[in-house]
Design a protein around this ligand. Sequence first.
Ligand code: ZN
Length: 173
Amino acid sequence: MYKIEENPFLEVRASSIHGLGVFVLAELSARTYCLSYRGKLLDIAALDVLGDAQKPFLFQLEEGMIMDGSGFENPARFINHSCEPNCEVDYEDGVLRIYTTRMVEAGEELTFHYQLKPLEALNHPCRCGKPSCFGYMVGKEWKAEFLKLKSRLARGSREGKKALRINKINPDA
Ligand SMILES: [Zn+2]
């Protein structure tokens, strides 16, 4: 457990969702700024994206950029995914800022939706435990595509296997 210097109302400690999580020490109202996701801004085109996308702490941005939050003072990397999150991430001028989307009570864990694409989501099952849990950290707009991919894999189709091979994904992970 440790206190976060940037925000004295938050602390990092063990989470029932996964590993460590970021917890609130005092009630926060909706639209409260919590933390920035710090890292190195990288161009997706310059990366072995499909391989590197499997690494933790990479935050994919809409604009074809990736924020690599490893190796930085970046407690926001401990914020877990939830299918019913209490935070969202705003991206502006190269900075990712995490805000609450509703009132958050003292003791609650901060979460946001990771919005993973289908291939990445295969390797990221969700254990958020919420009633609406989808079982994987897949973005809302990708759910239909994800289910199609899963059924192709279940049928053992050549197309499904090829997708796994290209993305170095272990379906049993
Ligand atoms: Zn979930």
